[in-house]
Write a protein that binds this ligand. Structure first.
Ligand SMILES: Cc1cc2nc3c(=O)[nH]c(=O)nc-3n(C[C@H](O)[C@H](O)[C@H](O)COP(=O)(O)OP(=O)(O)OC[C@H]3O[C@@H](n4cnc5c(N)ncnc54)[C@H](O)[C@@H]3O)c2cc1C
Ligand SMILES: NC(=O)c1ccc[n+]([C@@H]2O[C@H](COP(=O)([O-])OP(=O)(O)OC[C@H]3O[C@@H](n4cnc5c(N)ncnc54)[C@H](O)[C@@H]3O)[C@@H](O)[C@H]2O)c1
Length: 441
């Protein structure tokens, strides 16, 4: 197994449990992006900034709180989790009978890899090498820090620029601003940030982001980054001409690409393209003895639960010795963990229209709903697409407190084929965010 993240470790456990001889090689500590450099550490920082958000939203409503983020303490809090995880995961693998190896793996033939100058041969390989920040090919690119660097910053940066306006920029900009950074700027080259999310929900998030004091600039394509003393000058192109901005840190947030260059896949007869390692619905590569899953494969969206699910399917087929189980993606929920969060599952309004579906778009701004009033949330809304006739839920798009959990229930309903009427008939505990769902469909 190459890669000890969510797309790799599950397969290693399955194979070891079946009595196979298994080794996992990773060039970094075990755990992968999600546990060590992505979802989990990021959400620990968000947990801290949630305190600031609560205090702000309930100010004048009975809560008198002076909140401020201590950046070094917050990073130490994050480390209290991440520093332990790799050891725990590696020990768990060893207990399961897996041999842990550390180093960069590279194919030298269809069934041989080289790690730290040593050649290792195996009957099968499973590849789960994840993704890396894309190369921008702009002058000064080397001055960018990555999301991994950001999560390790020892001091709070005062003036931060995010290049790109997707997941990383929006989530991290919200963290920075609530942590007290003075100037936080997001430069997105498209007309709006978070291009894959519903425009109405993103519009409300943009308002919430501006209210927070973040400078979100769209149609702003970054051209160069230059060192300026201890800081940097970022030059970007807009329809009005070229502009510059000075800052202390510039963060890469323009997307991630499959991390496969170092693998020498040609030697293994494994085909790949821009989107990653080519896999069949059985997660098998073009070399039948080699499987792949997660961010490095040209399969489902690059999200943790998707990588784990793909790994599970790869593991089943690997152990079966034949193509037994094809990957099936149920409606996949996705959340931007800003405050308020934006969440989405299923078809967008445009996609549903393009498919010629006949549907009602239930859209409402819910700032006056009890769930938002109770916590002083000013930006909340939903859009749920319900097919006429069948009552099938085609897609759901949410912003507001609780959206990150409501979307899972909507995904479950869609996956289970529950119609709008069936969902309306379910009794949820009240008052809870789940209990709002019956009024959304
Ligand atoms: C900042 C950030 C926040 C994110 N937040 C979320 C979120 O909230 N929710 C969500 O669902 N997803 C989130 N993601 C995406 C999620 O982290 C990934 O989709 C997921 O971790 C992919 O798992 P993987 O196993 O495919 O790859 P990874 O977890 O990246 O594991 C790949 C491993 O392979 C190793 N490796 C690579 N090449 C080699 C080699 N040649 N030899 C040896 N080892 C190698 C790497 O060191 C790494 O440990 C986030 C990503 C980032 C960057
Ligand atoms: N909550 C989550 O699930 C979560 C959070 C963080 C990261 N992730 C994962 O990590 C991946 C990478 O995140 P990301 O935010 O880097 O990428 P992204 O794909 O979400 O967004 C990149 C943005 O950068 C813009 N862009 C590209 N080049 C630019 C330029 N030169 N100037 C200005 N803007 C430019 C794009 O138009 C796009 O909007 C995500 O696709 C996702 O798979 C997920």
């Amino acid at each position: 197994m190459i890669g000890a993240g969510t797309g790799g470790t599950g397969v290693a456990r399955m194979a070891a449990a079946a009595g196979w001889k298994v080794a996992v090689v990773d060039s970094l500590p075990y755990g992968g992006t999600c546990a060590l450099r992505g979802c989990d550490p990021k959400k620990m920082l968000i947990a801290v900034t949630e305190g600031v958000d609560w205090a702000r939203n309930l100010k004048g409503k009975g809560l008198r709180a002076q909140t401020a983020v201590d950046w070094p303490d917050m990073i130490a809090f994050k480390r209290s989790f991440t520093d332990l995880m790799s050891g725990r995961i590696e020990a768990g693998m060893q207990r399961a009978g897996v041999v842990p190896l550390h180093g960069q793996a590279r194919f030298t033939g269809p069934n041989t890899i080289e790690v730290n100058g040593e050649l290792l041969t195996a009957r099968h390989f499973h590849l789960a090498t994840g993704a890396r920040p894309m190369t921008l090919n702009i002058p000064g690119e080397n001055l960018l820090i990555t999301s991994t660097d950001f999560l390790e910053l020892p001091e709070r940066p005062d003036r931060v620029v995010f290049v790109g306006g997707g997941f990383i920029a929006m989530e991290f900009a919200h963290i920075c601003k609530r942590a007290g950074s003075r100037d936080v700027t997001v430069l997105e080259m498209m007309k709006r940030p978070l291009g894959n999310f519903d425009p109405d929900m993103v519009g409300m998030l943009s308002e919430a982001t501006a209210d927070l004091g973040i400078d979100l600039r769209t149609e702003a394509r970054v051209l160069t980054i230059e060192q300026d003393g201890a800081g940097f000058i970022v030059t970007y192109e807009t329809p009005q001409g070229t502009q510059t901005i000075a800052c202390d840190r510039v963060v890469h947030a323009t997307g991630r690409v499959p991390n496969i260059e170092h693998l020498n896949l040609d030697a293994a007869g494994v085909a790949y393209g821009r989107k990653g390692i080519q896999v069949s619905p059985f997660m098998r590569t073009t070399n039948p003895a080699i499987f792949a899953a997660g961010d490095c494969a040209d399969s489902g969206p690059n999200l943790t639960p998707v990588s784990a699910n793909e790994g599970r399917i790869a593991g089943k087929n690997l152990l079966a010795g034949k193509d037994e189980r094809a990957i099936h993606y149920p409606p996949i929920p996705s959340v931007v963990f800003t405050l308020p969060p934006v969440a989405s599952v299923g078809l967008s309004e445009d996609a549903a229209r393009e498919q010629g579906l006949d549907f009602d778009a239930h859209f409402e701004i819910t700032a006056q709903w009890y769930s938002s009033l109770r916590v002083g949330a000013r930006h909340s809304a939903y859009k749920v697409l319900v097919e006429k006739g069948s009552g099938n839920i085609l897609g759901a798009h949410l912003i507001g407190p609780g959206a990150e959990e409501q979307i899972n229930l909507l995904a479950m309903a869609m996956g289970a084929g529950l119609t709008a009427n069936k969902l309306k008939g379910i009794i949820f505990a009240y008052p809870s965010y789940a209990s709002d769902i019956s009024s959304m469909v």
